[in-house]
Design a protein around this ligand. Sequence first.
Ligand code: URA
Length: 231
Amino acid sequence: MSIRLDKALVHMGICTRSETKKLIRQKKIKVNGETALKAEQKIEEGSVIDVDGFACVYQDLVYLMLNKPDGVISATEGNEETVIDLIDMPVRDLFPVGRLDKDTTGLLLLSNDGPLAHMLLSPAHHVEKEYEVTLKKPVTEKDIERIASGIRDGEDTFLPAKYIPSDETHGNIILSEGKYHEIKRMFEQCHNEVIGLKRIRMKNLVLDESLAPGEYRPLTEEEITELKRPL
Ligand code: URA
């Protein structure tokens, strides 16, 4: 899809339309290496725009995989450090697709694609999420059965989930909904306590373990296609 140069720069939050005009007059904007002459000039997805020495690639929809570190909140703004603060490139309207608790680490998708976020987060779609969990006390067979048949927590009932132990206090849990503090509340109901939680998968998107906590990378074309595949 092509877009006007000034609109693209506004969309990416790099400069306003009047700033763009001024920079074009000063011959300070290049598109794919050629000096831009008009604000109305059309550019394509993937064009490299150099604005006074700052180079960026125009992309309408952005998909980033973040390895969320401990201690950062899954929000776009707030008094504390947010996952968006970790992204050092300008993307307008970027938001976390779903929330992880402040002390939960691992896979978090950041995007500006509202319809995709809706598809992944809608409770009706039961998108699978898989976490590695560390418990304070050993998990029993009875706990695993309770989790598999749907635990009640006060007014709430959690959908059946699958817990696959790797040893007495570690395992993977697969959920198909995303209620507030869901895993912590499930294990509380089993008189246990979650002491470590890391998300490793959402639908078929798997955390790239080469990303250190706090690092991110764009999704590959294949990952985007798989993520958008209807359920
Ligand atoms: N369940 C939790 O308890 N916390 C998370 O961050 C995600 C799922």
